[in-house]
Write a protein that binds this ligand. Sequence first.
Ligand code: ADP
Ligand code: MG
Length: 678
Amino acid sequence: MDIQYLKGVGPKIAKYLNSLGIYTIKDAIYYFPRDYEDRTNIKPIYLLKNDEMVSLIVEVVQIYPSRITKTGRTLNKILFKNETGYISGIWFNQSFIKNVFKIGERVFLYGKVTRQSGEFIMIDPQYEKDYEELPGINPIYSTNKHISQKLFRKIIRNALNYLDQEVEEIFPESIRKIYNLLDIKTALINIHFPANKEILEAAKYRLKFEELLIIQLGLFELKKKYSNNTTSYAMPVCKEMKELKEKLPFELTDAQRRVIREILTDMKKNKPMNRLLQGDVGSGKTIISVIALFNCAMNGYQGVLMAPTEILAEQHFTTISEILKYWNIKVALLVGSMSKKEKEDILKGIAQGDISIVVGTHALLQDKVEFKNLALVITDEQHRFGVRQRAALVNKGYNPHVLVMTATPIPRTLALFMYGDMDISIIDQLPPGRQKVETYFVRPNMREKVYEFVKKELDKGRQAYVICPLVEESEKLEAESVVEMAESLKNDLLKDYSIGILHGKMSSNEKDEIMRKFKQNEIKVLVSTTVVEVGVNVPNATIIVIENAERFGLAQLHQLRGRVGRGNFKSYCILIADAKTDEALERMKIMTKTNNGFEIAEKDLMIRGTGEFFGTKQHGLPELKIANIFKDIDILKVTRDLAKELIEKNSLYQEEYNKLNNKVNQLLDNIDDMISLN
Ligand code: ADP
Ligand code: MG
């Protein structure tokens, strides 16, 4: 049911709820608190300690007039007391506060205590006048300024009246008993309004359990559908391999050699390879895919490489064509923005088998793309694709070998969870000569100095990226912000340097032309949106300036920084950020401290729970509402085993299995919807 018809909502509040992703009553029920305040912690005032979160029931003693502080804020102070002492509440810039309370009235306060020159104060405490229902454990929601916590709670309470209509139990009693799970209704009521701490924990457990189980069932389901096959193309290592390696422009690293061996060994077998290749940005994954594709072509079969952006697909196409130019191997590019005629020719070549290696974007997934004998499927930057998209490409061949590549560093346990039973290869070494990218975080008032520094690099013959601020969708078009930034640099800070622009709204030919010029050093500075985020490789670019860096997450910043430091020159990443929140500051600091993707991912997890690295965009998995695949590893293991069992003996719980399956399918659809929105 639409949320606007819920008691106490209406069209106006419904809009605010919509902006939080709540459209239906069910969405509200599944909108879990971000935290709880434990108002069961009621203490006498004289026992309070600095920084302690407490609840107090107090009487209003005195209401002081507003006054202006040195920094220009309005300060309102109210003195409260109870049997055990006095405490003041302080509110900034909320003059209405003095009209909220009446002397002699009893109220409930919740907040952090500070001791200041012997006096107890609470800054900006929450208060409640109708405190009868309290004290207890109260939910705190991530909300916006239009909806107070109080109103939010009321809405959720009303939504919970619809549990019977809106929510379905998917676990039979037998399973609930074995795994000690609350029934779904009790769990949902107590995740919002827990009766006590114990039941809150039980409610969390039940909901995490369900969430993780469904994801695992989804993954098993996919695996069963797409990779449970046995026959494929056995491809021995071709005799030209040695010659190829000799012709490469560089020596392979030990890690690259090892990974290539693992892949070629898989390809020899008549069982499809199903392998994940993990390696931090710049570790040299592309050449691995080229070697695999070469072996495939030399064995007389077709191979395909799919990349998430046209720029990257084009870059790969160029690299591959260059490396393989000594052999008579036909390589083709297929991207959405090509002309109809161009596409038709290529489609024909693919269908007839004249083209051995195809590089492309999502355009490869269309029905009309038919291969003659597709034996090897590689996806680059796998985290940008949905699981079904990969599967769709795989289905264009008859059980082809599959290699997926990603820069996202994931611990093995998690990789197992996320990629099912894929084998994993890791490049844990950077090519020789790489230096750490020096990273600096500066405030916007330093911009001029930053661009002075950029000029120095440019004058040494190097090149630069400037990444444009993301703009709020409604504010301005992405394209405009890039154009504006480039104009302002041209007119001012980077006069006399050739500047090119790049953004998602440009046609493929335009993008091509700009990238070509940047690669050939005809353009010195590339002002771009995050379209260069993944994969782009221009080793002569040694400096990347990220404007409004506070708006990017850690994963994205790390990827963007990966655009420099790809050659032997010392490289720099400069984050211009007006970081106002602690979290944003923390992100900037982490970036300046480490270059290691794995460490960054871990820090990201600590700051933001699941973190961006393990969120939707990075893996094609849905955002987890409550579970944290890093912290809830125990539940992960239990649910993994149960998922296996359910799949193997699905007759045991047929009815529930079907219910689960519905959820699993919804989930898979959602994954692909979310991915294709990106
Ligand atoms: P990523 O793993 O991020 O996809 P790339 O494959 O784009 O990295 O490689 C990054 C850069 O390193 C490229 O310029 C590539 O030519 C170069 N490179 C890769 N392997 C080696 C190596 N063994 N020695 C020197 N340079 C290498
Ligand atoms: Mg790459």
